[in-house]
Design a protein around this ligand. Structure first.
Ligand SMILES: Nc1c(NC[C@H](O)[C@H](O)[C@H](O)CO)[nH]c(=O)[nH]c1=O
Ligand SMILES: CC(=O)[C@@H](O)COP(=O)(O)O
Length: 237
């Protein structure tokens, strides 16, 4: 919910709505104000106060008309809120490192190929990608952190596969991999993306490495592009 009131930048200083005129706005529909005096830009307002705002005395007083337009997103954007997002369509020029575990290579190789194919589709150049092999998932975090701190890459993808055996070893490796990748991102300030499968059996892993559940390596690459772009566009330190 948003309130249209004293901060409405469309209104000239002399005609700001006073507090008693403020309307509580619902996120269900959008209204476009066409100002005749302020700018040629249309501004998206979220409002249910249609009757009040679009009545002709309002138009005469404030000099703009309001058109109702059904919105199809699930939440409202207000005049005051900026939405910062990464883009998938401007990946050219971004640099990525991929840390990939050799353990369960029959799974990690197709995950890596999925990631590389996706980079190609999204215009990331081959010379902007470095692949670093490590023995197993346990080693990924350390290497990812070093690569992040090198400042050479906009994001680091971490690829591996932990597959449950008979003992609790699985839990130790899977948890270490997850916390290692998380720490690498937090400590380096560079997005480190978690592309490690944690599966109960080989069948689950095959399904996620290009089988019937898709290729999680490809998904990891998309996440990496979005995060790299988000940081480049909006969160540069
Ligand atoms: N069991 C799995 C491992 N184990 C190896 C460790 O990751 C590590 O290389 C070793 O303990 C030496 O430090 N690695 C995987 O990637 N996947 C597994 O299922
Ligand atoms: C987690 C593993 O994949 C594995 O190498 C350990 O298997 P196990 O628990 O049977 O020793």
């Amino acid at each position: 919910m948003a309130t249209l009131g004293g901060n409405c930048s469309l209104l000239p200083p002399s005609s700001r709505l006073n507090p008693t005129n403020q309307q509580t706005l619902s996120p269900s529909s959008a209204y476009y104000c066409h100002s005749t005096w302020n700018s040629s830009k249309s501004t998206n307002l979220t409002a249910s106060a249609a009757c009040f705002l679009s009545s002709s005395p309002f138009q005469q007083r404030f000099g703009f008309r309001i058109e109702k337009k059904k919105r199809n997103d699930s939440f409202s954007q207000t005049l005051a809120v900026r939405h910062l997002t990464g883009s998938l369509t401007s990946a050219e020029g971004l640099r990525f490192a991929i840390v990939v575990a050799r353990f369960n290579e029959i799974i990690t190789k197709p995950l890596l190929e999925g990631a590389l194919d996706t980079f190609k589709k999204y215009s990331v150049k081959e010379e902007d990608v470095d692949v670093v092999w490590v023995p197993g998932c346990f080693e990924i975090g350390l290497v990812a952190e070093r690569l992040g701190k090198s400042r050479k890459y906009q994001a680091i993808l971490c690829i591996g596969a932990v597959i449950r055996g008979d003992t609790s070893h699985y839990d130790a490796v899977a948890n270490s991999a997850a916390s290692g990748v998380l720490s690498a991102g937090l400590n380096s300030g560079v997005p480190c993306i978690f592309g490690v499968l944690t599966c109960d059996n080989m069948e689950q892993a095959i399904n996620r490495a290009g089988g019937k559940s898709g290729n999680k390596g490809a998904e990891t690459a998309l996440t990496a592009i979005e995060m790299a772009s988000l940081f480049e566009r909006h969160l540069k330190g």
